[in-house]
Design a binder for this molecule. Structure first.
Ligand SMILES: *[C@@H]1O[C@H](CO)[C@@H](O)[C@H](O)[C@H]1NC(C)=O
Length: 128
């Protein structure tokens, strides 16, 4: 009995590894926009009289997400942000990472303005 449980554990352990490599087609189907988290925090630094904000975009999905767009209406900054990390549409949207996939490694950027903008995921595509 104990041996059987051990074997099952080993099997599940390896299954986990295989899944990471996306060998199983439907594996990413559980991934969605909800796996993206946006966190904003104050860095404590002041730039041109405005507080600096650190934004972290985390993808908790096993698969990459491309074309990640955040709601960021009215976005402004006095601190230049690398356009490869964030591009503002000029209206409502911010494209993150120039549309390139975001994996487990969070994407971070900093901007400076009087108030923090509430950024939330608007859309993305799951890549497998
Ligand atoms: C995406 O942006 C559009 C336009 O601002 C808005 O109507 C829609 O609700 C947004 N979707 C999400 C998931 O935030």
């Amino acid at each position: 009995m104990a041996a059987t449980i051990k074997n099952i554990s080993i099997f599940l352990f390896f299954l986990g590894f295989i899944s990471q490599g996306n060998v199983f087609p439907g594996y990413c189907e559980t991934c969605s926009l909800k796996d993206l988290y946006v966190k904003t925090s104050k860095t404590g630094v002041t730039i041109q009289g405005k507080p600096e904000w650190l934004v972290t975009v985390t993808n908790n999905c096993q698969c990459g997400q491309t074309q990640v767009i955040l709601n960021c209406r009215g976005y402004k900054t006095v601190e230049p942000v690398d356009p490869n990390i964030l591009t503002y549409s000029g209206t409502d949207y911010c494209l993150i990472n120039n549309g390139k996939p975001i994996y487990k490694q969070p994407i971070t950027f900093k901007y400076a303005w009087d108030t923090a903008f509430s950024m939330s995921p608007n859309s993305s595509q799951i890549t497998c």
